[in-house]
Structures are given as C-alpha cells and as structure tokens.
Design a protein around this ligand. Sequence first.
Ligand code: AN0
Ligand code: CP
Length: 318
Amino acid sequence: MRNFTCVQDLGDLKQALREAFEIKKDRFQFTELGKNKTLLMVFFNSSLRTRLSTQKAAMNLGMNTIVLDVNQGAWKLETERGVIMDGDKSEHLLEAIPVMGCYCDVIGVRSFARFESKEDDYTEKILNQFIQYSGRPVFSMEAATRHPLQSFADLITIEEYKKTERPKVVMTWAPHPKALPQAVPNSFAEWMNATDYEFVITHPEGYELDPKFVGHAKVEYDQKKALEGADFVYAKNWAAYKDPNYGKVINMDRSWTVDTEKMALTNNAYFMHCLPVRRNMIVTDDVIESPQSIVIPEAANREISAQTVLKKILEGLR
Ligand code: AN0
Ligand code: CP
C-alpha cells in the first residue's frame, strides 16, 4: 500500500481485519520492519488519541517518530498559490511539504475541514498536496472529509463485540456547541457501507451528509425509531453539509442527546464515540459510564488500526 486515505486503499477489508487481529495478538512481531525508518506526523489540528496511538503503533514496528505541530513553533504556512506573501505567513506549503519529505520515510497528516470553501474541503486540497509533493507515502490522521484510522478502529471494535453476524449499527447525530467536520461520520458511513451490517443514520432535517458517503445506509429522521433494536449506537455531532448552511451549526437540539431512555429502545446496544466527547451534550454521564459503553476499548483499537496501516505501508516500501 502506498497511501492511506479511505477504506478502498486497504484492498481486501476482511484480510485487513485478519491482519489487525494478528497484530493485536502480538504487537511486537514486526519490530524489524520499521528499523531505521522514520515516521513524521504533521498536525494542523489538535489531537490526543491519534497522536499517541499512531506514535505507539510506529514504535511497535521499530520506527522512529517525529511529531510536528504546525501551529506551535513552525513558521506560519501559506496554503494558497499565487498569494503575494506580505502578511503574517513566512513560508509556503509548496516548499514546506517537499522539505518535510526529506527527513522521513512516511508522513501522517491531520488537516481538518476549514469550512471556508466546500470545494477545497471536499477535494482534500491539503492532504492531496502532501501526496503530490512530499515524495513519500502519506496517510490520513483525519483529513477534511474522512478519518479512516478512526473508522478502521471502529470496525475492529464492532467485530470484537458483535453478537450476531449482521448487527444493526445506528449512527446518530447529537448536539454540540461548535461546528465540527463531517469527516468522522462520512468515514464511518463509508466503512459501514463496506460491510454487510444493517446500517442506519439518524439526524435532524438539514444535517444530511454527502450522498457519496451515505451510500446504501437507511436515513431515518426519527431518532427513537432509528434506535429500535440497535446493537451498536455510534454518536457523533457534525455541522451541516448542505448549502447554504455548509459548515454551520443549524441547531443544538438537546432532545437528540443520547440518554438512558433512548438506550432502552435498543437491543441492549453498545455505545460508541470516537472521542473527544462533550458529556451531557452528545451523551449523558450515565450512558458513557454504563457497562454498555465501549468508548475506551474503541480508543485502544486506534493503536491496532494505525499499526496495521503502517505495516502495510512499510511492506510497500521494501
Ligand atoms: C474532531 C471532529 O469532530 O472531527 C475530531 C474527532 C476525532 N472533534 C473536535 O474537534 C472536538
Ligand atoms: N478520535 C480521535 O481522533 O481523537 P483525537 O482527535 O484526540 O486524535
């Protein structure tokens, strides 16, 4: 594998899952693979899980890692071509990217949707420049439209916890005070569409996602109806995708918060969230602290998804 930005890049998903479970059994079986190889992780946005789990995954493979927080200590970067750089930005991304490529073998990039231009976000302008100009394999650590390392970890978690072959998985929108990207829900939908699970998306009117990601999911506007018989409840907030409200919070309807009463409608479902989560906005304390909450094992699987992806990229380097 060269680059990893979406589920298709993994090739055979069942095979990738087998590799992930193989790694989980003994994460130190491939320490030679990454010897003398350097991973550079570039963050344009904050992170806790991605930063730690990806770095740990790289260390498990014997790699060295360098972390660059673009907004802390690096030169302020211009991303638009053709701009007269007489403002506060000292360096252009078009030099910065190939320079970064000089010091590493693999690059991970986190660059969220900026909500300034739907086109720039949905063409993955920043991530694609890394792919084009770094000269290195590139993987997404959450880009503008997808968060594939998260979705892969989510899939691993569902496979571990499912009690039936084809569980009912419900992704529900939940309220949040700030505008959040669609990357996590887009990506989760894309990965669920690659399985044979029963997959339902529920959200208020106006929060429709890009149909490209919704795929064959059933969209149900009545949250309670959607949750009936669910085996997994995957909560997430996202800002509106549809014009003219792209990138906007159009409501903060707290009747959509996942609480005990709603979980009672499900088939004793497991509760999932990618984290970070705002308690009593997205989910109540009671639900996230309940035995059905699997948010911590879900986060733990981020190390496994990252290691599986890095292993496949390293194998492609040989
Ligand atoms: C980000 C998001 O919703 O995309 C990262 C989630 C993994 N969340 C926040 O910015 C709070
Ligand atoms: N879930 C996730 O990607 O978390 P971070 O933003 O903390 O990396």
